[in-house]
Design a protein around this ligand. Structure first.
Ligand SMILES: *[C@@H]1O[C@H](CO)[C@@H](O)[C@H](O)[C@H]1NC(C)=O
Ligand SMILES: *[C@@H]1O[C@H](CO)[C@@H](O)[C@H](O)[C@H]1NC(C)=O
Ligand SMILES: *[C@@H]1O[C@H](CO)[C@@H](O)[C@H](O)[C@H]1NC(C)=O
Ligand SMILES: *[C@@H]1O[C@H](CO)[C@@H](O)[C@H](O)[C@H]1NC(C)=O
Length: 467
């Protein structure tokens, strides 16, 4: 409950004029408005962390509470306190007022979950989707500055470097930490952990734990790529391999596939479709062939986009010239998340109503063949009625891609049983799988370092091909 008693609706109108001029005028007034806080609970020695996850379509704030051993605790009866708005930063690159008017109320809701006396020691992290790199440095730095200006006025523990565009490899690490922590694997040998393959909008990521011997013998890479990093979670050390692939996420990869057919037909598109796609200023012609989609021809196009023949400087590459980490026990059990799970849910091979589904990758291939066989959008809709209308023309492409990137790209046996993960059951609660928890965990896990000294994103990767 806000001490001020002001609802978010009225705050929304308050924020806009205030922030517009807050550099010049009364920053103190602003701090007083931001000084809303939860009830002080005497003897509450929980460690709170606030994490903003700014995605392509929406922005979410999470509040986590841990005990001194980094065990997740309930806040107001719930392990998962989060609020979101269907607003994305990229839409407002030049509009400070607009960004503040949707972030301000989210921040206020987060502050309401943290007792006021604990706010000054509560870190606030802000991770924006890596696709923002595509706006160019001038624009995305402007956006990050708006956020820094907002957070510095809040009563929270804030550091400018905690406001970042989250590199894909780091997102992979945080997801690995989230999942293995919630599954109870943290504390056990690395060989008992599971690998995470995640599909986001602009990138795909693979993260898994390797042995300390493997970590000590990492090959030297020509461009100084950092594939393996050390992480401290609760009182355990893990060496994690993680790599993010741009532009191989659910939306970005469509452009990578379409660029080969810009002047001709694309055999992944459902019959009758003829549009142009604008992806960060680049135009792509998207033309279905008169005969419609074709599984074999689409697959050839997708394999081309995967760049499987890229120079592999060190043995064991996945695709696009990236090292696969060398393999080992940490990659025996494979968990697929986000887009990999959701694309499957749209066509009935995974299910959003249950925590997880075991499946073989060849199920993606079977359903891809059905989707690519649809002669029209109408037929595709009848076959797969829950696929959103804006994704339907791309359904054949998306399914062929998911199958191909997992089997041909990452080299997973199509008959191996893998798990598509939706939520994790943890102490009687069903928790969604998101990187924010892993980021918070890393921060509270360091017993010997004061939180204020811990970097949030230590290495400054940018998207490898955009930089
Ligand atoms: C900026 O955003 C605000 C609030 O959403 C809106 O009222 C205003 O028209 C926008 N300004 C521009 C220049 O787009
Ligand atoms: C605590 O939970 C109750 C019931 O779900 C809700 O009405 C209230 O707003 C919550 N309080 C805070 C501070 O989130
Ligand atoms: C695709 O073709 C159009 C002209 O039809 C051109 O403007 C555009 O730059 C091309 N896009 C790519 C990615 O080659
Ligand atoms: C390549 O893979 C083989 C077999 O898994 C493994 O023994 C070897 O250590 C790997 N080498 C590198 C550099 O990844």
């Amino acid at each position: 409950m806000a001490k001020s008693g002001i609802t978010s609706i009225s705050l929304l109108s308050l924020y806009a004029p205030l922030f517009l001029q807050f550099c010049a005028s009364d920053a103190g007034l602003l701090s007083r408005i931001l000084a809303s806080g939860g009830q002080e609970i005497s003897g509450d020695n929980g460690r709170y962390v606030i994490v903003f996850d700014a995605g392509k379509f929406s922005t979410t704030v999470h509040v986590f509470k841990f005990d001194e051993n980094a065990n997740l605790l309930k806040i107001n009866g719930s392990l998962e306190v989060s609020h979101d708005v269907q607003e994305a930063l990229s839409a407002y690159a030049d509009n400070r007022t607009a960004i503040v008017s949707f972030l301000g109320p989210l921040l206020e809701k987060a502050l309401n979950a943290v007792p006021a006396n604990l706010q000054p020691e509560t870190p606030v992290l802000f991770g924006a989707v890596d696709e923002l790199f595509l706006l160019g440095e001038k624009k995305y730095e402007k956006i990050l500055k708006v956020i820094r200006d907002l957070l510095i006025e809040s009563p929270l523990l804030y550091k400018p470097e905690w406001v970042t565009i989250l590199p894909a490899a780091k997102q992979g690490v945080y997801l690995w930490e989230t999942i293995n922590y919630l599954m109870g694997n943290v504390g056990h040998d690395y060989s008992k952990t599971v690998a995470v393959l995640n599909q986001d909008v602009a990138t795909v990521q693979m993260a898994y734990a390797v042995s300390s011997e493997a970590a000590a013998n990492v090959p030297k890479f020509p461009r100084g790529e950092e594939y393996i990093t050390a992480h401290h979670i609760r009182s355990n050390n893990y060496y994690l391999y993680s790599h993010g692939y741009f532009p191989y996420g659910a939306y970005a990869v469509r452009t990578e596939i379409l660029k080969y057919t810009n002047d001709s037909y694309n055999y992944c598109m459902t019959g009758g479709y003829n549009e142009q796609m604008n992806y960060y200023g680049e135009i792509y012609n998207v033309r279905a062939s008169p005969s419609g989609s074709n599984y074999e021809k689409c697959r050839a196009n997708v394999l081309q986009a995967l760049n499987l023949k890229a120079t592999c400087y060190i043995k064991n590459c996945t695709f696009d010239g990236a090292w696969n980490g060398g393999g080992g026990a940490g990659v025996e059990k494979i968990y697929l998340t986000s887009g990999f799970h959701n694309t499957g849910a749209d066509v009935g091979i995974t299910n959003r109503d249950i925590p997880s589904t075991e499946l073989k990758l060849l199920e993606y291939e079977e359903v891809a063949k059905v989707a690519c066989g649809a002669k029209s959008l109408e037929e595709a809709h009848n076959l797969f009625p829950i696929v959103p209308a804006f994704d339907l023309p791309y359904l054949c492409m998306d399914l062929v891609y998911v199958y191909s990137v997992l089997v041909d790209g990452f080299g997973i046996d199509p008959t191996k049983v893998v798990t598509a993960l939706n939520t994790v059951q943890y102490r009687g609660s069903s928790l969604t799988v998101q990187w924010a928890l892993g980021a918070a965990l890393e921060l509270v896990s360091s017993e010997h370092t004061k939180i204020r000294d811990i970097p949030y994103v230590s290495s400054s990767h940018t998207l490898n091909q955009v930089a």
